[in-house]
Structure formats: C-alpha cells, structure tokens
Design a protein around this ligand. Sequence first.
Ligand SMILES: *Cc1c(COP(=O)(O)O)cnc(C)c1O
Length: 427
Amino acid sequence: MSDFKVETKCLHSGYTPSKGEPCALPIYQSTTYKYDTTDEMGQLFDLKAEGYFYTRLQNPTNDAVAAKIADLEGGVAAILTSSGQAANFYAVFNICEAGDHVVAASTIYGGTFNLLAVTFKKLGIDCTFVDTDASPEEIAAAFRPNTKVLFAETIANPALVILDIEKFAKVAHEHEVPLIVDNTFATPVNCRPFEWGADIVTHSTTKYMDGHAVQVGGAIVDSGNFDWDAYGHKYHGLTEPDESYHGVIYTKQFGKKAYITKATSQLMRDLGSIPSPTNCFLLNLGLETLPLRVERHCYNAQKIAEFLNAHEKVSHVNYAGLPDDKYYALAQKYMNEGRTCGVISFELTGGREAAVRFMDSLKLATIATHVAASKTMILHPASHTHRQMNDEQLAEAGVSPGMIRLSVGIENVDDIIADIEQALQNA
Ligand SMILES: *Cc1c(COP(=O)(O)O)cnc(C)c1O
C-alpha cells in the first residue's frame, strides 16, 4: 500500500479481502484461537511461528487497524493500545527503566505531563521539562548520561505550540537517543514526523482519527530508523536476551520491528492495555474519512480564527493558520499546506465573567472536555480543566481567566460563526 496517497491508504491499507470475503473489516470479537497440536501452539509461545493465540497479544481486527496507521505514518510497525495515555506510557517505558531519565517538551498534554512528572518518578524514571521553543543548546543542557528518550507533541494540546521537529530530532540524535513525537492533533494527514527525523510516533486515536467521539484508544508507530544495536548498552532490553521470553534478542530476531515486537510481547503481555476489537472497528471507520474531516476541520477553524481575530470583544487568538501567529512559519514548514488542526484558543477582553457569559449563551457548540470530534466543542479552562488554580497559578500555567478553548467541528462554518457571534453579544 505504501505508494498510495494518504486518502487512498485511509480506505485500503491494513485489510485486503480476497474473493468472497467481506469488504468491511470484520470484527473478530474472540479472545482465543484454535490449534490442532500441542507443538503448533508451543511455537507461538516461543515467538518462533506467527499466529494468533490470545487477543491480549494479537487480534486480526486490531492488527489490520495497526497496519493502516503504520502505513499512514510511513512506519514499519505499530501497536494499538486502549488509550492515548497507555500509548505514551508504553512508548517510553519500552526503552526506559528505574534509574533512567527522559527529556520532554513542557507544553505537552496535561495527562502526559503528569505521567512523566509524577507516575514515572514513582517508577524511578526522572523527567526534565524543556521549553518547546528553547534553543538546541538549552535543550541539550537538559540531557544526562542516563537520558534515554526525548519526547514532544507536533501540535501541543492545548497550548497549540508547533514543534520544530528537525531541531528536536537533531538534539536527540546528537545525544544518541530516539525522538518520540505525539502526533495526535496533526494526524498523518497534516504531518508525518518521520519525514522530519522523529523515530517513534504516538497517537491518542480518541481524537481526530476516531472523530466521532465513540472510542478511547491509542497507537504507537515505529519508523524502524533508530539503530538500537549501535547504542546496545543503553537499550539492553532490545539488544540483550529477554529472560521472560526464552532469551529472545529482539533486534536480532525482529530487526526493524524489534521495538514494536517488544512492546507487544513484553509490555502488552504484562500490562494488558489492549483495545477491544469492536473499538478498533469503530476507529477504522473514523480513519476511512479522516482526510475529508481534517480538511473541513481546518477550513472551518481558519475562517473562525479570522472572524475572532477581527472581533472587538476578542483580545487575542492562538491559531497557527493566522499569518501573525507565533507558530505560522513552523506550521507552513511542517504541515501539509500549512494546515494544523481544528483547535483554536482565544481570549475575551472581558476576562473570566465575560467568558462564562459567552459559554452559557452558546446554542450550537457543546460544552465538553473532549476535543477533535466532528461536533464543535468548547471549554473554559479556568472553570473546567484548571478550576483548582487561582489567577496567579493560572498565569504560571499560561492560561488566562478569559481564555476559551474551541474545538471546531465540521458543521457548516456559517452556523458555527453565527452561534459564536450571538454569544459574543451576550459576553
Ligand atoms: C487526549 C490526548 C492524550 C491522551 O489520550 P487518551 O486517549 O485520552 O488517553 C495524549 N496526547 C494528546 C496530545 C492528547 O490530545
């Protein structure tokens, strides 16, 4: 499938029915698979033969969708997880253990920030956060001899900071570690981080990939480009025998698929955050129309950002599609046709009270914590996600009391603008 364009891959990659087989991806809602001899199944347990034996490890529906996402990103292999949180946890934990260190961009999703800052710390893995806009020298200064990963998001949720992927990849590779990029907001339709030097990509498939807000899921894709053997002392989990799997050496036996095979046969075996086949089926339906939806999300968001930018009750708009946005140039460089995503944040001149009046006057946009779904959704961070913080703490977190986060849907843009317009009158 690799030569097709993204729109074609979204429909056809991962599943090719033969004569008389269903055109739609079947849901293999089965935990187990049948074998005829003791030895047949024994070979599977030894990773000596390929085949299905238990859905926690592999399932045909899940594998088809993983293969599609791997193809969309231009990677060699992928694994699906039960959430984006699980994907980021596995992606890092697959190559880190107690005593190791991670460097991460500070403007990442709050859940991932907590994962790295709090939960990983309990596991003995430390994290240093760096400003995403920092110079290569400043980022390099955060590295230690035991640093194993550099982590960032292509488009930060919700800060909408655009990552200079080449800058991060260069620093990572100079320090002989892989760059992991969470590509949830851009999706492979707008950006393929492997083309700019990232080594591993993660996704919360809960967002645009699904698009209909019906399943929570995650994915990890490996480019196959990072040479684990070259730094074998650092990544010994991949380059030395795995005693929990009869001494298999992942890089030797699985080559470019070593990283994903280890994530499956070790982490998924032990931690078990597998998505259900039915959720993977739903995700696949979302993927089929992803390019159409992303195009419309971005078209609508651009129009709305321009409308808000010109409105007297709005003091500031963050959207990298606006030529005066701080991240416009990076978006033009890294994103397909400069399109980023459908999420905008903006600031009302009237502050917190105006923001609450605005929110309560909306008729079409739904108040919800979700983003990146087909329907327009909106959130007031000071009242919702950052509710526990006072104004001073909000300022430190880069969230002002009058700030609104708008996830623009694929409704007719005139209807969304009319709704915002009437609510702004009440603000
Ligand atoms: C939502 C999100 C996550 C977490 O994903 P879940 O599917 O909610 O677990 C991780 N990274 C980014 C960028 C997200 O937007």
